[in-house]
Ligand binder design. Structure first.
Ligand SMILES: *Cc1c(COP(=O)(O)O)cnc(C)c1O
Length: 392
């Protein structure tokens, strides 16, 4: 399938039709697999014969999702996981050990920071947080025991762009892996492996599903790192993706290219409208020419993405009133859904980050994040105008 475009891969790749000749992919809700003989069972367990053993480590529906996402990201292998966080945990448990060091963008998902500082730290993994956009800080943070760099771009919620070419060059120079959480762009807008990353992480919960139906994650990369090491951890520790969820994500991938195009189109229109609204202090969206890294965004991603954040002229009360005055938008921290969602990062997604670190990352009390869905853009604007217009 390597010759096909991403739109075709999204619909056709990764699945082998069964003897039933179904057109839509089947779900295999089975925990284990049955063998023709004791000898075949032995061959499967020893790895002598390729094939399924137990759904904690391989399942046909999960494999179809993994194969399809691997091809879309341009990776050799993919491992599906129970959640995006399980994907990050599995990657570091598989690849790092105590006294290893990670350089991580300070602008990553709040829970990712907690995972590093509260849990992985218990096992001796050291982490240094640096600016997403200052390559000098990445350089200065490197130690002899640095094993990996970790980032997500654009960042949540301020849409800062990490320079993948520069950071991957630095990682190579120091013999480190670059691990990129590609949740916001998806392979439709940005393919980090082609830009020098070694591993791509996904929360399938977000755009890959696209309709807010399930929790899942994925790790994509080389056969050695992902199929051997990460899958090895996964089959032993067990944060596996369920076949039902894999089927939802597999079908979600089919419409990912058209959905991403529509998310980006609505998000750009909303960002432009917000920029002109008198109650808005600042808008954060990489597709706006006024974004400080617009030129870099144009180089490494094909569009601005579906997330728009903005600071209101006012305090927390003003931000909350804009959120509470909406009638259609979903007040929820989830993102990447066809339903537009709105949230107050300082008191939701980033509440577990220390107040000082939160401010350092620019998550102020007047900041609101919108994950722009696929409703009519006029209706989304009208819903936000209800609260914004009162503040003028
Ligand atoms: C949501 C999210 C995660 C975690 O994914 P879950 O599926 O909720 O575990 C990781 N990274 C980013 C950027 C996210 O938005």
């Amino acid at each position: 399938m390597n010759d096909f475009e991403i739109e075709t891969l999204a619909i056709r790749a990764g699945y082998d039709q069964t003897a039933e000749q179904e057109n839509s992919e089947a779900i295999f809700p089975t925990s284990s697999f049955r063998y023709h003989s004791a000898a075949q069972a032995a061959a499967r367990f020893s790895g002598e014969e390729k094939g399924n053993v137990y759904s904690r480590f391989t399942n046909p529906t999960v494999r179809a999702f993994e194969n399809r996402l691997a091809l879309m990201e341009g990776g050799e292998a993919c491992v599906g996981t129970a959640s995006g966080m399980a994907a990050i945990l599995s990657t570091f448990m598989a690849l790092c050990q105590s006294d290893d060091h990670v350089v991580c963008s300070q602008s990553v998902f709040g829970t990712t920071k907690v995972l590093f500082t509260k849990y992985l730290a218990k096992f001796g993994l050291q982490v240094t947080f640096v600016s997403q956009t200052d390559i000098g800080q990445w350089q200065d943070a490197v130690q002899p025991n640095t094993k990996a760099f970790f980032l997500e771009t654009p960042s949540n919620p301020l849409t800062e762009i990490a320079d993948l070419a520069a950071i991957s060059a630095l990682a190579k120079q120091h013999d480190c892996w670059l691990i990129v959480d590609n949740c916001f762009c998806t392979p439709v807008l940005q393919r980090p492996l082609e830009q020098g990353a070694d591993i791509v992480i996904h929360s399938a919960t977000k755009f890959l599903d696209g309709q807010g139906r399930g929790i899942g994650g994925a790790v994509v990369g080389s056969l050695e790192l992902v199929d051997e090491h990460v899958r090895g951890f996964m089959r032993t520790a067990g944060p596996s993706m369920s076949p039902f969820n894999a089927w939802i994500f597999l079908k979600g991938l089919e419409t990912l290219p058209v959905r991403m195009a529509a998310h980006c189109q609505n998000a750009l229109l909303l960002a432009q409208w917000l920029s002109e609204h008198p109650a808005v202090e600042q808008v954060y969206y990489p597709g706006l020419v006024t974004h400080p890294q617009y030129a870099l965004a144009c180089v490494q991603q094909s569009a601005g993405g579906g997330l728009v954040s903005f600071k209101i002229k006012g305090d927390r009360a003003a931000a909350w009133s804009v959120i509470d005055d909406t009638q259609m938008l979903s007040i929820t921290a989830n993102l990447g859904d066809v339903k537009t969602s709105i949230t107050h990062p300082a008191t939701t997604t980033h509440v577990r980050v220390e107040p000082e670190a939160r401010l350092k990352a620019g998550i102020t009390e007047n900041l609101v994040r919108v994950s722009v869905g696929l409703e009519a853009i006029e209706d989304i604007k009208k819903d936000l105008a209800r609260g914004l217009d009162k503040l003028i």
